[in-house]
Design a protein around this ligand. Structure first.
Ligand code: ZN
Length: 916
């Protein structure tokens, strides 16, 4: 067998352009046995003259087909019942075989009365897959354990054609955009189960073997052609589809595993009719199967109506797992199954004509799956999407190194190489924007878009598309009611890197919206700041939404009562406002949806501490916060974002003002204290066993707002009691660190000792933590708490604890609490000077290990604290000059950067005091 390197396989000239004749149908018969290394096959190909041929005519008949790791045994052309023998010439480097004859002229073929038929007999390789590192391509097999005998005697074979491995199944024209029907017959051992894209038409017995004839497929891209056979079992059901109320669905698995696929089957049953309904177009094939495979390189492959998914994503666990883990697993499975179903339409029924558009194929499948899942099973899906996915997409997109979504001539060695994660993530947002602007109200069902795509699919079925075909189609539809120029908008977002930051200000009784590309590193003049085409949905102070199109740098709007720009988070954009506008938003918070409230705080959090921070943002944030009285008036996650901003902001302002401005210090402390008290008292604290993770996170953030808050301390003392004495599983793991720190803030010697005991013997308490929890969780929280003590003597004990436990991993955590207490900085500095020699000499001996890390972390914490105080800053500078060590200079530099960020929150003292 010739061995060929698998790399970018796109030949320079497409065979669909260079051949005189091209296939119009494949009749493929394979004789396959998992016990053999090879299989034999015969393909009979109907040929037709190529209408697109653009290479010079050859006088004699020849046709070139893709073939990889195949050996042609014989080849014939049959013309009007006369058989012509063809010569086969393999060219491994281009993965092609040329079949030609020197007695048959091209002109003979055009004179023939019947369709020319090409018949090739060949041998192919069955790739053996032993580990996850082996890539699945062409025909592959694996064996697995028989659950009854316990021996690895069971076999299964499947195929993987994407991106271009159909050529290693049989000689064919393996180009993504080329679609013709395939009729498959398999000759296999009697005992094996067989599956392919189409249902089985009939089975014939031939001795020990059987011939399995499948129905002919409609026109299909060979990238999604597939079959599987072997020791497989299945569970099945039917669902109600247009024109077939008993539409069959099966999930095939290894023997003994099918019961674990019940959830996947139920999901398919529930969602296939929804996908069909959403598109408004009848499901194209007569059955739908999922095949669970132990190995599959891309995790999931959208073979047409025979979706292959790696077993771990289809089977529910057969081991003990928590309810929360189980629900996560189900969530992932549901998304994969529905995602693949969407591909059955856009991807398979209509196929993108190049792998340059895989990003759209994938982003669309996920976007539509998300929309359907949000409707049926997960009403908070989009809110969570904004809170998590949007935040990370925006973070990625602020790097100047990130490219646009579209890249031409992508690497096609595997599907996963044809697009980047960043392109896929941003693509989902861009599609959500498209879906939103076509709706009249801020609905998250996106029915208009999906029905338009369904209509497009219906019109172009069995064909191919480019994204611009779809954009133009949508633009021309009558239910593009607001006459959006869809191709222009989509091209802007697909071809321009990054995403915009908008500033909304009032000027001369008008509102001005200005856009720029949002980068971490502003002031880069080598990066173009091209305006995006932003369809803006704007909410006014009555809650009504209107539309604007921002196509240039600025947009001036002559309406004063507009309140919230980018309603329903339609475009991917961070929006900052003037203080006046923030004040207006604060007055009308209840007009914003939960998504918009989240978006508001995410934007504030992004802007604060960024290059775009200004006093309006800082003051606006506090103004909004003051208006939130009831904990339920915001979604928990939004409130958590707001409280996290406040915690960071509060700590920064308090740390600086303690030394500079006592009045400010008192004001910010009071503000934190009041806010914490207000929200903490609205929550229940008696039974925390079954809290969701977002409930725990919010409680934790509120508790950590102000370590001197009386309510927080009272709650924490009760929880410490439960931690030490039970009941079992009563303290959420996510609260441990904060609860212990809070108790320490006003700890008695007795309490200090109790917590200290947990450092050495965390096992005493671990069972009282909500499971799963480890000893190290308790231990880390206990060490961390030691620095929160406020009593001079206890602080001395903590510092001694650090000096005498330098070998304990993460012992420096015991210093973290000092940061929160400006009155401890002097004591910390004095201790540090005494310890310096010991810590440094350990560092020089073991720079890369624990001692090295400890030294740097300690120096960092101490320097950061000291820089807050002018007197201590002087000492730190002198100290580090006198030592003249690179590592100290490096730490000092970092600490100065940190301090600069901290200080930036304090630049508006006068205004700040008024607001607080
Ligand atoms: Zn996909």
């Amino acid at each position: 067998m010739p061995t060929v390197k698998i790399e970018d396989l796109s030949p320079s000239v497409l065979l669909t352009l260079s051949n005189d004749f091209i296939p119009s149908k494949y009749d493929l018969s394979l004789d396959v046995s998992p016990t053999k290394r090879n299989y034999s096959g015969e393909v009979s190909i109907d040929l037709v003259a190529n209408p697109n041929k653009h290479v010079d005519d050859e006088p004699f008949f020849q046709i070139t087909l893709h073939s990889l790791e195949l050996i042609s045994v014989s080849a014939q052309l049959i013309l009007d019942s006369v058989v012509y023998k063809l010569k086969a010439k393999l060219d491994s480097s281009s993965q092609c075989t040329r079949y030609s004859s020197e007695e048959l002229k091209v002109s003979d073929l055009s004179r023939a009365t019947s369709k020319p038929k090409l018949k090739i007999r060949f041998l192919g390789v069955i790739h053996e897959i032993l580990t996850f590192k082996d890539s699945t391509r062409g025909v592959f097999k694996t064996n697995y354990m028989d659950p009854v005998s316990g021996r690895a005697t069971l076999q299964l074979i499947s195929t993987h054609s994407q991106p271009h491995f159909a050529r290693s199944i049989f000689p064919c024209l393996d180009e993504l955009h080329f679609k013709v029907p395939v009729r498959l017959t398999l000759k296999v051992d009697q005992k094996y189960t067989c599956i392919s894209n189409m249902p089985i038409k009939e089975t014939e017995d031939v001795g020990e073997s059987k011939l399995v004839h499948f129905f002919e497929t409609p026109k299909i891209s060979l990238s999604v052609f597939s079959f599987a056979l072997g020791d497989l079992e299945y569970i099945e059901t039917t669902t109600d589809l247009l024109g077939n109320e008993k539409f069959p669905i099966r999930v095939y698995t290894q023997v003994g595993e099918s019961q674990r696929a019940q959830f996947a089957l139920d999901t398919a049953k529930a969602y296939l009719p929804l996908v069909e309904k959403k598109f408004g177009t009848q499901y194209p094939l007569p059955k739908f199967d999922i095949v669970a495979l132990p190995f599959l390189s891309d995790g999931g492959v959208e073979d047409w109506s025979m979706v292959q998914i790696i077993s771990s994503q289809v089977l529910l666990p057969n081991w003990d797992c928590s309810l929360q883990q189980l629900s996560e697993i189900k969530k992932n499975q549901r998304l994969i199954v529905v995602h693949e179903m969407v591909h059955m339409y856009l991807g398979d029924y209509v196929t993108f004509d190049s792998y340059d558009y895989t990003w759209l194929n994938e982003s669309f499948a996920t976007f539509m799956a998300d929309s359907l899942i949000a409707e049926r099973d997960d009403p908070k899906l989009w809110l969570n999407f904004i809170n998590t996915d949007m935040v990370s997409v925006e973070e990625q997109q602020r790097y100047d190194s990130v490219g646009p979504i579209f890249v031409s001539h992508v690497n096609t060695s595997s599907i996963n190489d044809t697009f980047t994660r960043e392109a896929y993530d941003k693509g989902i947002f861009v599609l959500r924007m498209l879906g939103s602007i076509l709706e009249e109200t801020d609905s998250d069902r996106f029915d208009t878009l999906f029905s338009m795509v369904g209509e497009f699919v219906e019109q172009h079925k069995y064909g191919t598309l480019k994204p611009t075909d779809l954009w133009n189609f949508i633009k021309g539809q009558s239910n593009n009611k607001y006459k959006y120029d869809i191709p222009t908008i989509m091209n802007s977002w697909v071809h321009t890197a990054g995403y915009p930051v908008l500033s909304v200000t009032d000027q001369d009784n008008k509102i001005v919206v200005e856009q720029h590309r949002f980068l971490y590193d502003v002031g880069r003049d080598d990066i173009e700041d091209i305006p995006y085409q932003i369809p803006l949905l704007v909410k006014d102070d009555t809650g009504k939404v209107s539309r604007q199109m921002l196509t240039d740098r600025n947009l001036v709007i002559d309406e004063k009562n507009l309140l919230f720009f980018n309603a329903n988070c339609t475009a991917l954009a961070t929006v900052g406002y003037s203080f006046e506008k923030y004040r207006q938003i604060a007055e009308n918070l209840d007009k914003l949806s939960r998504i918009e409230q989240s978006q508001l705080f995410i934007d504030l959090s992004t802007l604060l501490g960024s290059s775009r921070q200004d006093s309006a943002v800082l003051l606006g944030f506090l103004e909004i916060l003051k208006k939130i009285r009831k904990i339920n008036s915001l979604d928990k996650t939004s409130l958590n974002i707001a409280m996290t901003i406040l915690a960071n902001l509060g700590q920064a302002i308090a740390g600086v003002s303690y030394f500079d401005d006592k009045e400010m210090f008192t004001k910010i402390k009071n503000f934190l204290d009041q806010t914490a008290g207000r929200f903490l008292s609205q929550l229940q604290w008696d039974d925390l066993r079954d809290l969701s993770s977002e409930d725990v996170t919010l409680r934790n953030t509120l508790l950590s707002l102000d370590y001197t808050n009386i309510t927080a301390q009272t709650i924490s003392r009760k929880l410490l009691k439960k931690l030490l004495h039970g009941p079992r599983g009563s303290v959420p793991r996510g609260l441990l660190t904060t609860v212990l720190a809070l108790v320490q803030t006003s700890a008695s010697v007795k309490e200090y000792k109790e917590i200290n005991k947990l450092v050495r013997a965390p096992g005493l308490a671990v069972n009282n933590v909500v499971q799963p929890a480890a000893n190290s969780d308790v231990q880390t929280a206990a060490i961390n708490s030691l620095g929160f003590v406020t009593d001079q003597d206890l602080r001395r004990r903590t510092l001694n604890f650090v000096s005498s436990n330098v070998d304990v991993t993460m012992v420096e955590l015991a210093l973290v609490g000092f940061r929160f207490q400006p009155d401890s900085y002097q004591q910390l500095w004095t201790w540090f000077k005494l310890q310096f020699f010991g810590l440094y000499s350990r560092f020089t001996r073991e720079q890369e290990g624990q001692a090295g890390k400890l030294f740097k972390n300690v120096v960092q914490i101490v320097f950061e604290c000291c820089l807050h105080d002018q007197g201590l800053t002087k000492e730190v500078n002198q100290f580090s000059e006198s030592k003249n060590l690179a590592v100290l200079d490096e730490c000092l530099e970092k600490a100065r950067d940190e301090y600069k960020d901290t200080k930036s929150f304090n630049s508006n003292d006068g205004e700040l005091k008024k607001i607080l």
